[in-house]
Design a protein around this ligand. Structure first.
Ligand SMILES: [Zn+2]
Ligand SMILES: [Zn+2]
Length: 342
């Protein structure tokens, strides 16, 4: 992992109120760079002198930020879910793309994949998606519904994807090979399974690599990985699911300190959130605990981005006190359309 510090960039697809200072060197807002122009502006800012220029302009695009069950969630008619019926929220996922060449990687395949593919910037991506080969690779964290069901939309009844590398753990690869409909996609050659060895960097492109980290999480069908991506300028941790920070064999503070951008499991704000359900059945770190552990790092020149928000999470309320507290402590809240430079 490289720990070069520097600015990252965000562009909200919808008018998300941001709590960070727009003048901050690490943050650009929609107000500063309208629409997709942010990518050009970003490229200009970081472009190096001839001869030093990296081959690609890798951008991490937030494709969604909601827990597996979605927002609104089935059968949920709270005020928050009803409000969300008029808006577009997608399940947590990340795209990594070089808009000029169209090279692209998908991190987790959610049930919202069809609309999420529209968030990849650049005509080159659309051209290759139309040719049924949208991705240079698909990376999967684990076999819970929000993280792999979208693969089915790339199969015979949907996109009819050409053979594509699919990076995952060995147990996840066995699960996909042994169970339909995924096994058909493997048999047809659409999913070219590549097992990631934990802790070992794997090269995805000349100037992009990924390192898989094993994390403790409910493992009914597969084990669970987090990913650290290293681009030419910045590193990014993607960790949408983990049971508890203190069940990990490493300190989350140390892991976050090593990267420039960290997307963290923020399913629940507090334990008060699921009345009538035993929260030990759905263990996730609580945002209030994450804030306590990581606030000093959130106030440094790195981005700590809360993602994988459950439909019960009050941080989803744009005008709520919980969201205000999170932003005031230096954290960011993921929203589809945001962009970070790698
Ligand atoms: Zn999940
Ligand atoms: Zn999960």
């Amino acid at each position: 992992m490289k720990s070069t510090r520097g600015p990252s960039c965000h562009e909200a697809a919808s008018p998300v109120t941001r709590g960070l200072d727009p003048a901050s060197p690490r943050t650009w807002t929609r107000r500063a760079f309208a629409g997709t122009a942010v990518c050009g502006a970003l490229g200009a800012r970081f472009r190096m002198l001839p001869g030093q220029a990296p081959a690609s302009e890798w951008l991490a695009v937030v494709l969604g930020s909601i827990q597996d069950g979605g927002l609104p969630q089935a059968g949920c008619y709270t005020e928050r879910c009803d409000r969300a019926r008029l808006d577009s929220h997608y399940v947590a996922s990340l795209g990594i793309v070089d808009p000029a060449s169209g090279s692209a990687f998908l991190v987790d395949a959610t049930p919202d994949l069809i609309r999420q593919m529209d968030l990849f910037p650049g005509a080159a991506f659309r051209a290759r998606a139309s040719a049924r080969q949208p991705f240079d690779g698909i990376l999967l964290t684990h076999a819970h519904i929000g993280h792999y069901l979208g693969l089915a939309l790339l199969g015979r009844e949907g996109l009819g994807m050409e053979p594509t590398p699919c990076y995952c753990s060995s147990r996840m690869a066995r699960f996909l090979t042994a169970n339909g409909p995924w096994s058909l996609m493997v048999d047809e050659g659409r999913l070219d399974l590549r097992v990631l060895e934990p802790e070992r960097p794997t090269r995805l492109a000349d100037d992009l690599s990924v390192t898989a980290l094993e994390v403790p999480h409910r493992d009914e069908y597969s084990d669970t990985l987090g990913f650290v991506f290293q681009g030419p300028r910045h590193s990014l941790l993607y960790l949408p699911d983990i049971d508890r920070w203190d069940q990990w064999d490493r300190r989350i503070e140390d892991v976050v300190a090593e990267v420039d951008i960290a997307f963290l499991d923020s399913t629940f704000y507090s334990a008060a959130e699921l009345p009538g359900r035993d929260q030990t059945e759905v263990p996730h770190p609580l945002i209030i605990d994450t804030m306590e552990r990581l606030e000093p790092l959130a106030r440094s020149d790195r981005s700590i981005v809360l993602t994988h928000l459950n439909s019960s999470n009050p941080v989803l309320d744009l005008d709520g006190p919980e969201r205000a507290a999170v932003l005031a402590a230096g954290f960011e809240v993921a929203r589809a359309g945001q962009i970070h430079a790698l």
